[in-house]
Structures are given as structure tokens and as C-alpha cells.
Design a protein around this ligand. Structure first.
Ligand code: HEM
Length: 335
């Protein structure tokens, strides 16, 4: 697929998603569809797709010991082993996993190779992706956690603490949170990285741009709602609480920007289980990360091995000893 098309298709899809909620202007029934029916369908797609994929992963055979390692395995007592790069027990695996999930440790070790003056290959560290990825994921987590204020009454205290902390650096008149700025900057970097770098552009798919554009759409609509196109936040909270208590009720004064935000959020969560965003739960099921490297201490036997009838050398020699001796071929036992 042509590079421009790879970006234009997702862009067109997100534009349609932004325009669709204009239908809510038709009246309460249309509002009900966008406020209740679409989010419910999206949640159903999310949970069923998520469970389906996780169960499939959990059922996949992992017959071999294939942890990815980058250091000395535990062997003889006087050889120093690298507990993180080559985790030999469950604690070390858990620690490596923790660093990976919360701090993207393997991305920190990212390196790049450049041809200097067209002929000299130079290797160097490359930390921007690590920084951009970490900034994006942490702010997304904080933003979603802060949204608990809409779903709990009285508000879940940790959500209030985090909101207060996040607004400590509130900038000028715009009542935006620090995480709003960080997520916008990091998402812009993650998007342009796929447009500017020829290597990354080459391997990028339309689905890579779609995920980024959808999240950007959700964030931009949220930020606009908070700063310029204000909505009735109390009405949003009433809707959210009515939904989680299974008694959906929609106020007619919520406002179009909220429906745009919700439409994008619904699409994002419905698409999540079928997209590369499943890397979030996927890391826990990744055998290269969740297995310990103890292949020198423990014999790993493939549990799915079909029983094979073997013919040992001993049996072979017993069978052919006489002709072997006659031909002068050395044998282990004379008779
Ligand atoms: C993937 C899920 C979601 C993401 C990433 C997201 C993102 C954002 C962001 C970045 C903002 C800007 C202000 C802030 O940081 O709090 C925002 C605002 C807002 N979001 Fe979301 N949102 C999500 C889901 C939802 C849902 C499910 C609702 C429905 C209850 C919702 C309702 C709102 C409202 C009402 C605002 C305006 C807040 C205000 O004016 O104080 N969001 N959202």
C-alpha cells in the first residue's frame, strides 16, 4: 500500500467517526443510541474479543524453553550470572517483567545503526522511543484513572489525589492537566516518527496509524471539551453512574463534543482486542519474557513429544556385531 494511502484511510475513518455524532442533533432517541447503545456494543466487543484472545494465548502450546536473554546464564558457582538479563528463577523473571511493564526496560536498551559519510557503520543508543513510549503510556494510565471521578460517587479518593497532583502545574487560563500536555507531545512524536523516519515509515501499516489517530482523536476531543467546548460534566457523571448501575438515563443537555469523545472512545475499545494494542495483556503471555532461563539446571522435555521408537547404538551393534567384526569395524562389545 502506498505510504500516503496508509495514512489517508485511517484519517478518513477517524473523520467519519467525528462527524457521525452530529446525528445526536436529531433528538433524544439518537442521543440514546450514541450515549448508551454504541458504548454497550463496544464494551461487549471489548470483553468478548479480549477474553477470546487471552484464552487462545493461554491454550497455545509452549513446547520449548525460549526466554530471550542478553547475559550470562547461571551455571558454575564461580561464573557470575546476570540475574536480569538471564533470569534463572521465578523471582528474577518477575523482576524483569516488572521493569519491562512499568519502565519499558528493553526499549531503554534500544540502539540504532547509521551509515556515517556513506560508508562507516556507527552504532549508538536510541532512547527517544523509550521516552516517548513511557511518557505516552504513563499519561494515558493517569488520565484513565482520573476518569474514575465520573464513575464513582463519592469520588474514589486516589482518583482525587491523582487529579490534584496532576493539576499542580496547571498552566495559565486553560485548566489542562500536566498529563494532557505530556500525552499530546508524546503522541505527536510517536505519530511523526512513523512519517519522518524512512525505515519506520516503510514498516508501518495503516493499522499502526489508525491506532495512533484514534487515540489522538480521543485525547484532542477530551482536551477541547475541557478547555473550549465545555460540556455539562454533571450530566456526564449522571450518565456514567446510570450506566454502571444498569439503569441508563441520558440528559438532553450533555453536548455534542461529549458524543464525539464517546464515539471515539467506543471505537477505540471495540477495536482494542483486534488490534496491536493487545500487546498490553500480550506481554504477560510472551514466552520469551515469562520463562526462566534454567536450561542448564533442568532438562526441558517437550510435553507434546510423540513417543518415538528409538533404535539405540547398543541395539544396532547387537544386531550387526558379526558382520561389523567381519568387516573390521571396531565394536564396543566383542559378543
Ligand atoms: C480510552 C478512554 C478515554 C481516554 C483516553 C480519555 C481521554 C480524555 C482526555 C485526555 C481528556 C482531557 C481532560 C483530562 O485529561 O481529564 C478527557 C476529558 C473528558 N472525558 Fe475522557 N477519555 C476516555 C474515556 C472517557 C469516557 C468513557 C467518558 C465518559 C464518562 C469520558 C468523559 C470525558 C469528559 C466529560 C471529559 C471532560 C472533562 C472536564 O471537562 O473536566 N472520557 N478525556
Amino acid at each position: 500500500m502506498n505510504n500516503a494511502v496508509k495514512i489517508l484511510y485511517p484519517l478518513a475513518a477517524v473523520t467519519i467517526l467525528v462527524l457521525l455524532p452530529l446525528l445526536t442533533l436529531l433528538g433524544p432517541s439518537a442521543e440514546f443510541v450514541f450515549a448508551v447503545i454504541i458504548p454497550c456494543l463496544a464494551l461487549a466487543a471489548f470483553f468478548s474479543g479480549f477474553i477470546y484472545r487471552v484464552v487462545r494465548w493461554a491454550q497455545s502450546p509452549v513446547p520449548f524453553n525460549i526466554p530471550s536473554v542478553g547475559g550470562q546464564e547461571k551455571s558454575l558457582p564461580w561464573i557470575k550470572d546476570d540475574k536480569i538479563e538471564s533470569p534463572g528463577n521465578n523471582w528474577a523473571v518477575t523482576w524483569r517483567m516488572f521493569l519491562e511493564i512499568f519502565f519499558f526496560r528493553s526499549l531503554f536498551r534500544n540502539s540504532r545503526a547509521d551509515l556515517v559519510a556513506g560508508q562507516r557503520l556507527v552504532y549508538g543508543g536510541s532512547r527517544w522511543l523509550w521516552l516517548g513510549g513511557l511518557a505516552f503510556h504513563w499519561s494515558l494510565f493517569i488520565i484513565i484513572f482520573r476518569h474514575l471521578r465520573f464513575f464513582t460517587e463519592p469520588v474514589f479518593p486516589p482518583a482525587t489525589w491523582l487529579t490534584n497532583l496532576d493539576s499542580l502545574f496547571q498552566f495559565s487560563l486553560a485548566t489542562l492537566f500536566l498529563t494532557d500536555f505530556i500525552i499530546l507531545i508524546s503522541l505527536t512524536y510517536l505519530f511523526f516518527r512513523r512519517v519522518v523516519s524512512p525505515q519506520v515509515k516503510y514498516i508501518s501499516l495503516a493499522s499502526d496509524y489508525l491506532a495512533l489517530l484514534l487515540i489522538l482523536g480521543v485525547v484532542i476531543s477530551g482536551v477541547l471539551m475541557r478547555s473550549i467546548f465545555k460540556v455539562d460534566v454533571d450530566a456526564v457523571k449522571r450518565l456514567a453512574i446510570s450506566m454502571i448501575t444498569f439503569k441508563p438515563a441520558v440528559d438532553s443537555n450533555i453536548g455534542l463534543p461529549f458524543y464525539i469523545h464517546l464515539m471515539l472512545v467506543s471505537t477505540l475499545i471495540a477495536y482494542f482486542p483486534f488490534s496491536k494494542m493487545m500487546h498490553a495483556p500480550g506481554i504477560l503471555f510472551s514466552p520469551t519474557r515469562n520463562m526462566k532461563n534454567d536450561s542448564r539446571a533442568v532438562r526441558h522435555i517437550n510435553p507434546w513429544n510423540h513417543p518415538v521408537r528409538v533404535h539405540t547404538y547398543e541395539e544396532y551393534e547387537d544386531e550387526f556385531r558379526k558382520p561389523m567384526m567381519a568387516a573390521g569395524i571396531p565394536v564396543e562389545k566383542k559378543q
